[in-house]
Design a protein. Sequence first.
Length: 374
Amino acid sequence: MKIDRLELRLLKLPLVHFFETSFGRIDEKHFIIVRVDGDGASGYGECVAELDPYYSSETNDTVWHIITDFVAPRVLGVEFAHPRDVFPALKAIRGHNMAKAAVEMAAWDLFARQRGEPLARVLGGTRDRIASGVSIGIQPSVEMLLQNVERELGAGYRRIKMKIKPGWDLLPVEAVRARFGAIPLMVDANAAYTAADADHLARLDAFDLMMIEQPLDYDDVADHAALQRRLKTPICLDESIKTVGIAREAIAAGACRIINIKPGRVGGFAESIRLHDLCAEHGIPVWHGGMLESGIGRSANIHLSTLPNFSLPGDVAASRRYFDPDLIEPPVEVAADGTIPVPTAPGLGVTIRQDRVDDATLKKATLEAEAQAR
Ligand code: OSB
Ligand code: MG
């Protein structure tokens, strides 16, 4: 497989509803789409970096810079036997996993399309439907939270995750339990607490949550290990798991019992598969995280979620919760039983609406193999 051309686009798409986490509220999504061309085919990758360095240190601007100046020269015109060789070829570049992942995942899509196989099969997936859950942002009121939970349960979703932060935690969780009983429920703090909040967080144990996601700081493994010793509720790490190596340390330290996999956070599909396998070896269940992706990234997430150790419902939900219309046709939909079918056509297996991509494009650049010769 050889990539002759790489197209970068920065897109802006309005969200159907604002999304609020412990680090703020967004009304529209700004994100980068990568297209790689080779041998008459194209592959797509959606970057999960955002406008601001709040979820991670990367932003759309750093991604644009790193792909243009450092990733593209290492992949354009290079013969790769397999897309799993792309991430190692970027080893000289420290960090910037979201930038690397966008290109690496586009390369996997290209490879799968060239072979005429769905991405799930090329990744080693074993199921044809995935279990879907939802992530509900911080709401203006408990009543609105309850309405949201009711709607999502009605749509069939297999688990509810609610965002929490100091001042929006025990009370809304208690209200959801009181109204809906023993539903599969979890919380995500997006690193909003500190080790000094351990006693407060331990009060969540009363609510039989499936897990508490990333309660403490984004690069803190040791404090999560101490907190996990204190809590009955399993800790799931998200932000902290920036590499497979950190995951190994976190598991060894007992910092989590569950891990959320987002390919953008760890550098792409190949690293996600390594992380998935590491977790399986240690009896750590995983689930697929979400970053409010458009249909392009969402489809990629569906394919990766078909690997066997994705044994918990993830944050991969229907398009209509995020974008209407989405960039793909048909949009991602959830069946009444809370599952999403895996596309069976080659690669991502979905049709990208170029007209909608064009309408959403704020800027565009094309990088070619010869121009990149060094
Ligand atoms: O922490 O999982 C997170 C969205 C943006 C950044 C971080 C997170 C999220 C979500 C939304 O929880 C998941 C989704 O519905 O895509
Ligand atoms: Mg999270």
